[in-house]
Design a protein around this ligand. Sequence first.
Ligand code: F0G
Length: 351
Amino acid sequence: MTWRGVIEEYRTRLPLGADVEAVTLLEGNTPLLETPRLAEALGLDAHVYVKWEGVNPTGSFKDRGMTVAISQAVSEGSAGVICASTGNTSASAAAYAARAGIDAYVLIPEGQIALGKLSQAVMHGAKVVAITGNFDRALELVTALANEDSITIVNSINPYRLHGQKTAAFEICDALGRAPDQHYLPVGNAGNITAYWMGYREYHAAGVVPTLPRMMGFQAAGAAPIVVGRPVTAPETLATAIRIGNPANWRAAETARDESNGTIDAVSDAEILDAFTLVASVEGIFAEPASAAAVAGLKKVNAANRVPASSIIVCTLTGHGLKDPSRAIDQCPPPPTAADHLGAVRKVLRL
Ligand code: F0G
């Protein structure tokens, strides 16, 4: 049967009334790819899979939550939605709002979001404001605006977002026939780790899977409030998607970590860039830098001998690398040029 989007596929496990119509772009059903060359490159004796979320309709995992949040907002008669964003949430909110025929308002930190993400929000007709402050400040302002006007906030403090995002955990269990042993993912505003843990727990409680994974979250070292145990006032990382100093779902992420006997740790920008290049070059998967924090985290945990032999590992690759091509180009030397004849091209290609 053809895929109907995460709401119709998992409606019985979502808190939506039967009369709520799905606003969907047929998100979800993303590939769970086994990545043996990545495992080998990392020196891992384990089954490593990636949940490739960059192939969602707007190129990130945010679409799973947005279909649910915007469907609910429309059913409540909301005329518009608002969010603060490091880029992907705004791209997704703008697309689903366009699909629903309602307004989208977006606050972003000026100069700190990848151009691809900004172009998506603009193309989908969102009203975008770039503020001088960072993401954390944008979220404060958005929360105040949503309270004062009757527009719905669609950041991950909106519970419907997390219910949508938990469907990725369902898909992983459905594909593997079990839960993984360890699940790695990047942590920014800390919604996704919270949502995955909710999904795994629900499947476990319903008897669909007999075990639960350890949740392994990774922040960028310059934006690692959960790791250092206090808000970071001036977060810095080249992985702009997770450049967040005071995550909204901080406590819930700690609960996911503690209940699952997992970890929330930090990886450096250099480690993130290494993993970014590695996944693209050995597996043909072009994920964005923030996504690579999960793989950098797996490398770090393995180096500490904390990945049991033969275990089943899943890393979520949260967003598509094409959203920020200049970051990728910066990683590579510019291509050599050649005159337009065979000899010259052969010489450069060493063929
Ligand atoms: N990876 C990507 C590509 C993201 O865009 C985000 C968050 C994360 C990971 C972290 O997920 O916030 O649930 O812990 N992006 C948000 C945004 C903040 O505005 O697009 P999280």
